[in-house]
Structures are given as structure tokens and as C-alpha cells.
Design a protein around this ligand. Sequence first.
Ligand code: P6P
Length: 336
Amino acid sequence: MITLGEYIIKKQHELPNASGELSSLLGAIKLATKVVNREINKAGLVDIIGSTGLENVQGETQQKLDLFANEKFKAALEARGEVCGIASEEEDDYVSFNSKNSINSKYVVLMDPLDGSSNIDVNVSVGTIFSIYRRISPVGEPATLEDFLQPGNKQVAAGYVVYGSSTMLVYTTGNGVHGFTMDPSLGTFYLSHESMKFPEDGVIYSINEGNYLKFPQGVKKYLKYCQEIDSATKRPYTSRYIGSLVSDFHRNLLKGGIYIYPSTASAPKGKLRLLYECNPMAMLTEQAGGVASDGFKRILDIPPTELHQRVPFFCGSKNMVSDVEAMMREYSSDEE
Ligand code: P6P
């Protein structure tokens, strides 16, 4: 049984310019995860469920736990002094850390501190998503917007925490995807899933079919393909969607499957955010042998233009993504 901290140190030599800062940064995320996990596990007993009555920059109602999680991750990252700034779903703009330690650090973190948080009140799994880049702006100066508007292929690390039947932290530094399960009696993460891989094929599809009438033609065709009866290709597939990206992703990573949040007539760019949802999940996907695209092109190559920009998101088992991409191409002319 090796702990997350021991594993990070053991693998540190594999990191580019391995000087310990990234290891320390991952340690700060681990610490904040434990604090957030404790509150989530007793959410029904304390005044922390429900909404704040406030809205984030996306116009979405902020849950009390959204803000709690955001503050805990922000504080842990600033205190550790390895990060010069963060961007978050819960922050209108990026936040530059200007303490002496932080301003001289090399990294920035982008995060969705509590994804799927509307599920908290009904006791359904939620998650944290994080993405780590090396800063572009000069060390010793405040972080700038360009530090955060980097394409996903520049990430040095990415990961998620799933607060489910057990609490797991899954991350990559570009050398495979590794999962750690928390022992709640000790509050310690232990390696439980080393070198996680997306099965090339799967029989699970995750999408909000309530939006069917608003989907692009290629997605409609793919859904009908999933539902056809053909034992040779193990169809009909199984529909599994719980409204929490991290949980749907995690199940599909373990069992094989595809997660789709496409553009719709009412949301032409889709719903998920490129910088702190799609890019980190895409890095994990590719490191696990899967594919992540916007239906046409690689997520990690999309050049960001703004912090909270949205993109359509197709990710998971490579043969499943390949199938839907073929239908997206075949029917894309119908949409023009
Ligand atoms: P819908 C949660 O708000 C989230 O960002 C993802 O975690 C989840 O998969 C999706 O949105 C759910 O969106 O429109 O289906 O409720």
C-alpha cells in the first residue's frame, strides 16, 4: 500500500525539471480535497447545502458548497506558495497571488472546485477538476491572463476528485493516469488504480437525452445507433447519465463508454468549459488511451480565447468517439 504522497515523490524523477514544486502543488490539492470531502460527507447535517442565492459569472446559481470548496482550494494553493494564480468556475476573473512566495512560483491552476454541485442536496456524487500549467509570464511578476489562456496540450498535470461511494483522486503528469482511494479512517489516499486505461470499446453512453430535439443531426444519428438491436456489436448500449461529469467520466474510464455534451440549438457552444472541465478531462482521457474532441477536432489543440468559454465535448473509448465523429462529419453539412 503506497500513499499518494509517497507515489508523487517516487515518480517525481519522471517530471520535467523535477524540482519538487509540482509535487508540493499536488500535495496542496490533496490537503484541500480532504477538507472539502469532510464537509460533503456531512452536508445534510450542517447549513452548507442549498444555494447561496448568488450567481456565478455563468449566471448559474452558486451552491454553498461551491463557494466553500472554491475558498478551500484557493487558500491551500496560495498557502503552499507554488502557484502564482488560479482561475475557477466560481471566480469571474483569474486571481493572482502576490505574496513573495507565490509571485516567484512557476505554476497556475485552473479548477472547477465542485462540479455537479446541484447533486449535493440529493446525495449524488460530485467532483473537483483541476488543471495545471507552467506560467508564461515572468517569475517575480503577478500572473497575467495569458498564463491561463494556454491550449490544453500545454498542461503539465490534470486530475479530478470524485466524492462518491468512496473518495478517489485521479491524476496524470503525462506519465499515465493513476487513481488513489481515501481511507476515511485515516484521511489518507492510497494507490488503488495504477495506470488506468479506457477500454477501446464500450457499451455505455452518457448524455442528457432530454435535449434530443436540440442536438446536431450527427448526435441524433449516433444515439439511434446506440439503441439499435445488434448482438454482434453488443447493442443496444446502456444509457448512464447522472448529471455529474466527474462521476460519469470515472465510470466510463473503468468500464468503457462515451460521455457527450454536444452543442444544442439553445447552447451552440455546448455547456462544459474548455479550460477547467474539458482540457483536464481530455488530458486524462488521452493519457488513458481514449479520445477527447469537440466532435470534429482534438480538445487539447483548441486555442482558448476567454476564461469561461464553452465547447462541445465528446470523450471516452476511442472506437466509440470515432463512431460519433464519423456521423458528425457525415451530417455536418445538414447543419450549415
Ligand atoms: P445538464 C454539472 O453542472 C455539469 O457541468 C457536468 O458535471 C454535468 O455532466 C452536466 O453539467 C450536466 O448538465 O444540462 O445535463 O444538467
